[in-house]
Structure formats: structure tokens, C-alpha cells
Design a protein around this ligand. Structure first.
Ligand SMILES: Cc1ncc(CO)c(N)n1
Length: 221
């Protein structure tokens, strides 16, 4: 690892192949050009709603384990967005795609969804701020990087809200600010960690990046 980079960028560089595979994924190409198959989108959203469930619990653990008040405020405001605008996006998309109640609440979980839930559960249970922030920085950092990429900036938005809104939820000033803040927090806490804690947070980060890639891949299987 290159110590002249901050902790956040060192972590990202340590899994750059999988990170970039997510940013350039077929799912991303197809959501931007509106060609995403409804069956693929439906599988993705049904599984992702179960991801979000644990993700909000992980935000709670990060709020609980933060060292000072300021990060609790930022994380709480982000939790507010996920449980309002983002939650209603899922519900409106489920309505549009005709997803029944049982698929919204208790679908059969796929292997990547289960593994991601397990990872977030472990990070939350550790009640260790660095571990929680490592997983959050992956989940939100990859989503910012695919949704907000310069190459896509001048494309017209896809027509359907199920496509367009999923992009805009991850490419707006609030989200940019939040992800920049997450990266800054990792840079702030990285140098305070001993080698054991640093290795643990790194492991969480790397597992999360692998799972992000598997999650995108598996909606096409
Ligand atoms: C799998 C996955 N990773 C990250 C995000 C962004 O919150 C999401 N919605 N789903």
C-alpha cells in the first residue's frame, strides 16, 4: 500500500479490479441506456431491498460506535434519506413491476445477498467504527462511482423512473457529499488504528468489494 495516499484510497486501490468491474458492469450500462430487462431489474430490486434492510441496521451500528457527535449527525441524515426517498423508490418500482407483498418482505435470499447480510451483520456486531465505515464506504463509494461517472454525464436520462431514479439517487449533491465525507472519515480514523485493527477493517472492505461484484453478476445468472 502506498502511504502517501489516504486510507480510503489505499483500500480502494487494494481491490481496484473488482471495484472497476462494478463501475463498468453490464447492469450499469443497461440501466443508463434503458435496455435493462425487467426480469433482471426485478431480481435486483427484490434482493437489494433485503440488502437495504441490513444496511440500515449497519448505519445504526456506525452511529452507535462513532467516537464523537458530528459523524452521528451525518450518518443519521443519510439514514433518513435511505428510509424515505430510497425506500419509496423501491415501493413504487415494486408497484410498477407487480412485485407481490411476500417478494417485498420475505423473498428467498440468493447466495450473494445472504453473504452481504452476513458481512454487514458481523461489522455491526463488532461495534467497531472502522469496520462499519469500511463496509459503508464500499457500498456507497461504488454506487457513487458507477452512477456519477464522467463518461455518462452528458447522456440523456433513461425514460422510465425505475431506471432514471436509481441513477439519480446515487448521482446528486447530497450523495456526493456523503461519499466524500465517508472517504474523509476513513482517512481520519485510518492513522489512529493499530495494525490489527487496520487489517480487520481492510478485510471488511475487501470482502465487501468482492460481494458488490458478485451481487451485480448474479442478477444475470
Ligand atoms: C448491493 C448494494 N450495494 C450498495 C448499494 C448502495 O446503497 C445498494 N443499494 N446495493
Amino acid at each position: 500500500m502506498n502511504p502517501s495516499q489516504g486510507f480510503a484510497e489505499q483500500l480502494r486501490q487494494s481491490c481496484i479490479t473488482d471495484w472497476n468491474a462494478c463501475v463498468q458492469h453490464r447492469f450499469v450500462q443497461e440501466i443508463f441506456d434503458g435496455s435493462l430487462d425487467d426480469a433482471v431489474l426485478r431480481k435486483y430490486l427484490v434482493q437489494d431491498y433485503q440488502f437495504i434492510n441490513r444496511f440500515v441496521a449497519l448505519l445504526g451500528a456506525a452511529i452507535a460506535s462513532a467516537d464523537v457527535f458530528a459523524p452521528r449527525v451525518v450518518l443519521s441524515q443519510f439514514a433518513g434519506m435511505v428510509t424515505s426517498d430510497e425506500n419509496t423508490y423501491f415501493l413504487r418500482s415494486f408497484d410498477m413491476l407487480g412485485v407481490p407483498e411476500e417478494q417485498r418482505l420475505t423473498p428467498e435470499l440468493t447466495a450473494p445477498t445472504k453473504a452481504f447480510q452476513q458481512l454487514m451483520h458481523e461489522a455491526a456486531q463488532s461495534l467497531n467504527y472502522a469496520n462499519c465505515m469500511a463496509v459503508l464506504a464500499v457500498a456507497e463509494g461504488i454506487y457513487l462511482d458507477w452512477a456519477d461517472q464522467p463518461a455518462k454525464k452528458h447522456l440523456p436520462m433513461p425514460e422510465r423512473f425505475e431506471h432514471a431514479e436509481w441513477i439519480v439517487l446515487h448521482a446528486n449533491d447530497f450523495f456526493r457529499g456523503f461519499v466524500g465525507w465517508l472517504r474523509g472519515e476513513l482517512d481520519r480514523i485510518g492513522p489512529t488504528l493499530d495494525e490489527t485493527q487496520k487489517a480487520e477493517a481492510t478485510h471488511y472492505f475487501q470482502r465487501a468489494v468482492k460481494l458488490e461484484r458478485q451481487f451485480f453478476d448474479h442478477v444475470y445468472e
